[in-house]
Write a protein that binds this ligand. Sequence first.
Ligand code: ADP
Ligand code: MG
Length: 377
Amino acid sequence: MKVILQNLTKKFPGRDRKKQEDVIAVNDFTFEIPDGKLIGLLGPSGCGKSTTLNLISGLLKPTSGRIFFGEDDVTDLPPENRGIGLVFQNYALYPHLTVRQNILFPLQNLKGKDKLSKAQMAEKVQEAARLVQIDELMDRKPGELSGGQQQRVAIARALVKMPRVLLLDEPLSNLDARLRLQTREEIRRIQRETQITTIFVTHDQEEAMSISDMIVVMKAGVVQQIGKPQDVYDGPANLFVAKFLGTPPINVFDGTVRDNTLYIGNDAVLHIRGVADQNVYVGIRPEGFVLQEHGPFGCSLRTVEVMGRDSSVVCTNQASLNPVIRAIISADNKVDLGQKLVRFSLKPAKVFLFHKETEERIDFTADAMTAKEGESL
Ligand code: ADP
Ligand code: MG
């Protein structure tokens, strides 16, 4: 079931009585969520993710705009008539009911032609439990389950009616790191198996990147970019998106384009084509640095963090907007900690330029420089 948002807007009246300024939690969203895909709604806390989800679920009414499930305009339908399954961060299970009764609950409320026999209900409960692999826990109460197991029950309960759209609001936030990893893979598997269009809300970019077919990056109620996770990572629309995706985060510098050359401080780091002379923000992904004895870009070495497969070369540079720069290199590369200066060449595909005022990305083509200008190899 594809989901279409059309100029969807939600304003909340301002909480500050003196100012009376409305909060525009969702500002003119127009996009289509393709049938059978898993979409990650991603952005920092307060950017309007839950509001968007609650508009799609029908728990909130939009200020303006429409919502379609396939051809159906569901904008004025109450949640129970939309055919949705909802999962929240805090499982919200009934503590006095067993796992089986919790999953059964949504089926018992079906009325009229949708009403099911006891046998039909039992079969659907069993099927949902099997999907999330909790068949053995059916007679326990929520209090006798781990957080991960409780969240599986909540997912089973959301799935038991085979919803047209599954909505998950930060479902992994209450789980510890290992369980989070495991449960997100589970959600991906369940989604693939059921092919239910799924919208997954998270503030965790790694989580969204790892399981989504498509991500929608939001900031302050405004959609910044929509695309496949890797495409967005490799081609961020603006500085905000570039900074929001990736760990360690992108390194940002003040830079200058002059005579087809990109300068960071006094270092000429790339040959550039297609950009007029101007001051820019330069974003360099941590994996965009190559240690090179005569590399064009010099940084002061702070330390090296060894992380098994990779090492993080931590350094500083006067033009950096972050307190430290992190360059990720293979752990096979040994860095002499005695040296004060490290030199890098840059991988052009890992370098982005942004307009100083708009912070939009500037298109360019570039070649790496192999040596600092004026210095012989
Ligand atoms: P997120 O889920 O991305 O953290 P929310 O959708 O919960 O963000 O909130 C988006 C914005 O709308 C925030 O500024 C929040 O304070 C505001 N907001 C959310 N719900 C209400 C409400 N019921 N009344 C007033 N403001 C709200
Ligand atoms: Mg939220």
